[in-house]
Design a protein around this ligand. Structure first.
Ligand code: V0V
Length: 164
């Protein structure tokens, strides 16, 4: 590929993988598996009513919210009509990978760049996500079949919500 045909690298949009999201039919059973078998630490548990989910974040390096590697997000539906409820129903009631989330410095800018390259963004404006982050999603039909989330974490660590 010649240099002139390269649109750009991804330095201006993605910082790293923020988390991988698993849809789970039973949150307590999923926590037990991921902590007792895989050794992850629960660093957050809460509900996001707008997204219709109960969520748990799992990290490798304890509770230092300012310096975490990629995390695992467990997502259980608050009701059958939620996106996770529908995803689980379509998957025969079994859990699995529902999304991959990329960390970004500026979610509006990242969404604008991606949209200009033909990616279908789900929201016109960022919505509220885990730890007080600002989030948006790329429709899986425009990403090769994977639901991609964009996550802009709050600059101020004080903005991170406590474990519930
Ligand atoms: C649906 N499809 C998927 C998919 N969900 N493909 C890959 N991964 C998924 N998770 C496929 C589905 O099999 C269909 O393909 C097609 O997309 C249907 O698209 P649709 O009719 O537009 O819509 P739905 O009703 O299936 O919903 C899909 C979308 C929905 C992506 C629009 O899941 C959504 O709004 N997601 C964003 C919000 C979200 O996921 N919230 C929960 C996490 P065929 O059969 O047509 O080939 S909340 C969260 O992550 C938080 C709070 C956080 O991190 O901070």
């Amino acid at each position: 590929m010649s240099e002139s045909s390269v649109v750009s690298d991804n330095q201006d949009i993605f910082l790293c993988v923020d988390h991988v999201g698993y849809a789970v039919p039973d949150m307590d059973a999923a926590i037990k598996l991921h902590t007792e078998v895989f050794g992850w630490h629960v660093v957050f548990r809460g509900k996001n009513e707008e997204q219709g989910v109960e969520e748990v974040m799992l990290a490798t390096n304890g509770h230092d919210v300012t310096d975490r590697d990629a995390e695992i997000q467990l997502l259980a539906p608050l009701n059958e009509e939620s996106t996770i409820g529908k995803w689980l129903a379509k998957n025969g009631g079994r859990g699995g990978i529902q999304q991959v989330a990329y960390r970004v410095a500026d979610v509006e800018k990242a969404a604008e760049i991606l949209a200009s390259r033909g990616v279908k963004m789900l929201y016109d404006a960022p919505r509220h996500g885990t730890y007080g982050s600002r989030i948006n999603f790329c429709h899986p039909k425009s990403t090769g079949g994977v639901l991609l989330e964009l996550v802009e974490r709050p600059a101020d660590p004080e903005g991170f919500m406590p474990i519930v």
